[in-house]
Each structure stands twice: as C-alpha cells, then as structure tokens.
Design a protein around this ligand. Sequence first.
Ligand code: ASP
Length: 406
Amino acid sequence: MGSLNQRIGIAVILAILFGLILRHYQSLQLVEFTIPILEIIGDVFILLLKMIMIPLIFFSLISSISSLKKNKSSQLLWKGAIFYYLSTMVFAVILMMVVMNLFQDNLGGIQLGLENNEPQLIIDSEESYSVKGTIKSLIMNPFEALSQGNIMAVVIFAIFFGMALRSDNEHVKKIKIWADGIFEVVMNIVNSIMTVSPVGVFALLSLLIIQQELSMFYQIGFFIVLVLGVIIFHGLIFLPLLLKIFSNENIKSFWHGIKNVLITAFATSSSAATLPVTLSTLENDFKVNKKVSRFMLPLGATINMDGTALYEAAVALFVASLVGVNLGLYDQIFLVFLAMAASIGAPAIPSAGMVTLAIVLSALNLPVEYVAIFIPIDRLIDTFRTTVNVEGDVIGTLIINKHFKS
Ligand code: ASP
C-alpha cells in the first residue's frame, strides 16, 4: 500500500503542475487535444468506482449486519452511528448559520447585477420532491433499486436482508457464508481498481484546474470564503478533535493514513465512489473491526454529509439576504432540520447537494431559480464538501471502532 500512497502523492503534484500549465496555454491546439483524453481517463476511473459501488454497499452491509449478535455492542453500533452522524451534522449546520448571521450585512451588500437577467428556473422542485415520491424511491423492488443505482433504497433493503440472515436455520447460514464470500470477491475487484487510481486522480485533478470557471468567484467570493472557511474548520479542527477526545488516535498518523481517501474524495466529488478506497484503507491500514467498517462506512457514505448540510444552510441564508428576506428564529430552526434532511436525502454523487438545494429553498419560500447562481462554482465547492463528508465517515468509524467489542 505504501507505494500506492506515494504514486497517488506524485499524481497530485503532477496534476497541479500540468493543470496550471494547460490553463495558461489554453489557446494552443495541443490543449484542445489533451482535454478529451483527460476526460476519458477521468470518466473511466469514476465509472470503475461506480461499477463496484452498489455491490460493495449491498454486500458490505449484509456481511456486517448479519454478523452482529443481538447484544450491547451491536446496539452501540446502531445507536452510536446514528448519534454520531446526526450530531456532527447539527454542529456543522449551526456553526455555518452562526457565521452567516454574523456576516449578514456584508452578504446583503453583494450585487449580482441580476435585475435584467433573472436566473432561470432549472429544477422543478415541486414535481421532483413530493413526500410520496421520496417514500416510493426509498422502499422499492430491490432489483430495480440495484439496477438503477438507487443507493438509499439499496441500503434499506440490505438492512432488512442482513437482519433476516441472522437466523440459526441451516439453509440461511449457507447464504450468509455465500454473502461473506461475495463481499471478499468485491473487495478483490476494489483492490485491482485501486492500482489504477493514481492515473484517475491525475486526470480528474488536472481537469478541475483547467476547467474551473472563475467569473462567479469575483462576484460571490466572500460567500465562498465563508463556506470554505467553515468546511475547513470542521474538517481540520472539529472532527479531528472528536477523534482525539473519543478514540485517542494519533492525529499525525491519522492524516497520513487517510491521505489517499481524502484525495480520492476530492478528485471524484462522490462519497459513494470513494467508498471502495475508504473501506480498504480502514480495514487494511487502520485494522478496523470489519463488522464496524462494513456497517459504518456504507451507511455514512449514504447519510452522513456534514459538508453538504452546512452548504445547504449557507445557500439558503445567502439567497435570503440577496432577495432581502429576513429569516426569523423559527425559520432558522426549521432550516437546521431542512438542511440535514436535504443532505441525508442527497445521493453520494457529484453535485447531488446542489440539486437538493431546491427543496430547501422552496420549503422556505425562497426563489428556487437562484440555484442557477451556484452552478458555476459547484464543482469546486463539491470537492471540499465531499472531502469533509468522507472524513466524517472515517472519523465516526474510528471512534465507534474504539468502543466496539465484538
Ligand atoms: N458530492 C457529495 C458527496 O458525494 C454530495 C454533495 O453534492 O454535496 O458526498
């Protein structure tokens, strides 16, 4: 694994240099020729990760849940996971909202010059987000969910399936052995995909640097600084502090150990696509109990999104100040729940958080069209959101692992 670590490190450095050079010489024909090649390499890497993502989530949850005995440790795992995921998300959202409220005056003064050029409605929020529609997409035919890649529905079915496998019936026990075996096969595929990850990371990061649109940054730069500031605080200070307090892990070796995971999250902007890397790193390098990692990580990738939740809240408050609406205390408390619900519901794929923003804005009677403003900056902010989302999953797993006795 050590040499893979180094190769990924080298890929990052080369991508930064290469990306900056190509960005500088964008008019050259050679650059026009290079971008599609990078796009193909990046796409293939993401497709490989996505290919294995659903089998991985499904068999990992089954393998873990079916091995859990009905005892105190299993209860700790369930309750600890839910408590950790929800409480860290609440903290992230509230901190972001405090910061936004503190700087409300500066944000309200931002002029976007939209008077004659109103943002266009790009998402039909009423249609796509009815409660009935959401329930239907969560509880569904498992084969349909697996084939559609509907992660949340797969998670729900895997929980049922894993619990049903906890039986003493001889036939059921055979299926459990099968499921564990398939999971090992899936992990072997993951390990072979990992060998090409330096190339994928190189292509994705170079593209990010070459293609990043900067015009919107000049207009809403202050908002971006606030959001990134809180994301960075959450990721560099708050979450590691929790790790230190609740698991006494050495922080330096923690950063060293999860470098690849964070780089993959940053490059792919998808917690789910990063899951193969997260799982293999925690099991192979951190020696986390497999029952814990196989339960916590797929669940975390699906529901635990601190970065996304805080971003949803920040955008809602920013849009409110742009249109001159003052959200009172009750609206802001409502926003805490809304932002969390929207992030839990967001699939762990690139820009999912931006799409669910529409629910948050429409629930607060804010103009949904304003989502359009955030499209040009989303690729960049998503890289940071996803990195902190994944870091949260890792830290939660390490904390619970410390207290779990199988
Ligand atoms: N891309 C994020 C993730 O996969 C979700 C989001 O768009 O915020 O964690």
